[in-house]
Design a protein around this ligand. Structure first.
Ligand code: PA5
Length: 445
C-alpha cells in the first residue's frame, strides 16, 4: 500500500451524511470515465498506460538513456508545463532537489525552455562551457514558443561544438507521432524521436517518453515506477469511496469546495516534494480551473513555510483546506547530538531522530490548523522510491479525473492556456495576427 488516506483531521468540516450523499456522484463520475462517454474522452490514454505502454519504445528509452549517460556531462531537458514538470518532480522526489550536486555516475540535468528569461539561458550556456552536452526537446505540439526558442539557442551551441552531423547523436526529440514541424525537422536531421501519445495530454504524460527518458537518464528505475502506477491502477477500481481512497480524496475535495473552501494547499514536510507539488498544481489547476469553477491549487513545504505562510493558514481567511503528504520513511536517519553545554536547551531531544521531530511538527501543525478552522486531508505515502512515485502519480491523475467530472468540468482540456499565447503572437508580430496585434497594442498603457 503506497498511499493511504487518513480522514481523522477533517474535524467537523465534513459529516458522514455529506460523504454518503456525494457517493452517487462519484459513482457517476467513475461510470463516465470508464465508459469513455464524458467530455475529453479522447484524452484518456493515461488511464491504461501502466499496462498498454509501448514496450518497444520503453526498451528504446533505456538504450537512449544509457547512450546519453555515456556521452555527456550535462543533459538539458527543453520543455514547458506538462512537458517537463513530471520529470523534474520525479528526479527531485526519488533522487534529491540537490541532484546536480550529488556524487553520481549520471549527468547533471538542467531544465530549459520553461521561461523566456535571458539570464536563465545565458547561465545555462556558461554551465555548458567545456562540458559535453546532450538535449531532449519535449513538445507535443512542437510549436510552443518557450521551448522552441530555447531549442534554437541550444542547437546553435551544439552545432558550433559538434557540427550538424555530430549534434545528431546528441539531440533527442519527444513529440507527436506524426504531426508537427518538430517531428518533420527531427526526421530531416536524423534525430532519434520518442512519442507523446495522441490520447495523453501534457499534464498526464509523465509515464510516457515525456517523463521516462529524463527520469531514466537520472538513473531512476523506470520499471519500478511503472509497477507502482500499475499497482495503483489495479488498486483503485471500486467506485465506492468507502473502499477507494483515491475516489475518497476526490469526493472530499469536492465537498470542501462546495462549503466555500476554494483553495487547496498541498503540504509536504520534505524539500524533495517541492517539484512534486508543482506537478500536482499544474495537473489540478489545468484540469479543474475552467467554466468559472475549480479549486485553486496551492502548495507549501513545512516546516519552512510555517515561518512564512503559517500565520495566514492559522488565522487568515477561512477559504482554505490542506492536503498533507506524510511520508513514512524518509530513507535516511539523522540523530540529534548531545551538547554538554546545552546552550539551546534542546538536550531533551538528544538521541532523537530528525524524522521523529519532523513527524511531531506535522502532528502539532495538523492539530493547530484544525483548531484554527482548517480541514486537513492526510495522504500517507510509504517512501520516496521510484515505485511510490509511480503509485502517487497514478493516484493523483485518477483522483483528478474523478474530481473534475464530479465538479462538472472537462478535466482533459486547457482552452484558457491559449489566450496569452495568441496575444503574445499578435504582439510579437507573427504573420497572420496583424489585426489582433494592432488592437492589443492600443490597449497597452
Ligand atoms: O498540460 C499541457 O497540455 C500543457 O502544460 C503543455 O504540456 C504545455 O503547454 C507544453 O505544450 P507542448 O508540449 O505542446 O509544447
Amino acid at each position: 500500500m503506497a498511499i493511504k488516506l487518513n480522514s481523522n483531521y477533517l474535524g467537523d468540516f465534513v459529516s458522514a451524511e455529506e460523504l454518503s450523499k456525494i457517493k452517487e456522484e462519484v459513482v457517476a463520475a467513475h461510470n463516465t470515465l470508464k465508459s469513455r462517454s464524458g467530455e475529453g474522452s479522447d484524452f484518456l490514454g493515461w488511464e491504461t498506460l501502466p499496462t498498454d505502454y509501448d514496450k518497444e519504445e520503453f526498451a528504446r528509452i533505456k538504450v537512449a538513456a544509457e547512450k546519453i549517460k555515456k556521452s555527456c556531462d550535462v543533459f538539458i531537458v527543453v520543455g514547458i508545463g506538462g512537458s517537463y514538470l513530471g520529470a523534474r518532480a520525479a528526479i527531485e522526489f526519488v533522487k534529491s532537489p540537490l541532484y546536480n550536486n550529488l556524487k553520481k555516475d549520471t549527468p547533471d540535468i538542467y531544465f530549459a525552455g520553461n521561461t523566456i528569461s535571458s539570464s536563465a539561458i545565458k547561465e545555462l550556456l556558461s554551465i555548458c562551457e567545456g562540458r559535453d552536452v546532450c538535449i531532449n526537446v519535449i513538445s507535443k505540439s512542437g510549436t510552443t514558443t518557450e521551448p522552441a526558442v530555447a531549442f534554437r539557442i541550444l542547437r546553435e551551441l551544439l552545432e558550433k561544438k559538434y557540427g550538424v552531423e555530430g549534434s545528431k547523436d546528441r539531440i533527442f526529440i519527444t513529440t507527436d507521432r506524426e504531426r508537427g514541424t518538430l517531428k518533420a525537422f527531427a526526421d530531416e536531421r536524423g534525430y532519434e524521436t520518442f512519442v507523446v501519445p495522441d490520447d495523453v495530454g501534457g499534464r498526464y504524460s509523465v509515464l510516457t517518453a515525456v517523463g521516462l527518458l529524463p527520469i531514466a537518464v537520472a538513473g531512476i528505475d523506470i520499471d519500478a515506477m511503472m509497477q507502482g502506477a500499475l499497482d495503483a491502477s489495479n488498486k483503485f477500481t471500486d467506485p465506492d469511496i468507502d473502499n477507494n481512497d483515491c475516489y475518497k480524496y476526490a469526493a472530499l475535495r469536492n465537498l470542501l469546495y462546495r462549503k466555500g473552501r476554494g483553495i487547496e494547499i498541498l503540504v509536504g514536510y520534505e524539500p524533495s516534494l517541492l517539484l512534486f507539488n508543482e506537478w500536482w498544481k499544474q495537473l489540478y489547476g489545468e484540469s479543474e480551473g475552467k467554466d468559472n469553477k475549480g479549486i485553486y491549487p496551492s502548495s507549501v513545504i513545512f516546516s519552512t513555510d510555517l515561518h512564512s505562510l503559517g500565520q495566514y493558514i492559522q488565522e487568515g481567511t477561512r477559504n482554505i483546506f490542506e492536503t498533507v503528504i506524510s511520508v513514512k520513511d524518509s530513507g535516511c536517519e539523522v540523530i540529534i547530538p548531545e551538547d554538554a553545554a546545552n546552550v539551546d536547551g534542546l538536550n531533551f531531544l538528544s538521541g532523537s531522530t530528525l524524522d521523529k521531530v519532523n513527524h511531531t511538527a506535522m502532528c502539532a501543525t495538523l492539530l493547530a490548523h484544525n483548531d484554527g478552522g482548517v480541514p486537513n486531508i492526510v495522504l500517507e505515502l510509504d517512501d520516496f522510491s521510484a515505485y511510490s512515485f509511480g503509485f502517487a502519480v497514478y493516484f493523483f491523475e485518477l483522483a483528478c479525473a474523478i474530481s473534475g467530472y464530479t465538479l462538472g468540468v472537462n478535466p482533459f482540456n486547457q482552452p484558457g492556456v491559449e489566450a496569452y499565447k495568441k496575444n503574445m503572437f499578435a504582439l510579437l508580430g507573427k504573420p497572420g495576427y496583424e489585426d489582433m496585434g494592432e488592437a492589443l497594442r492600443a490597449r497597452i498603457k
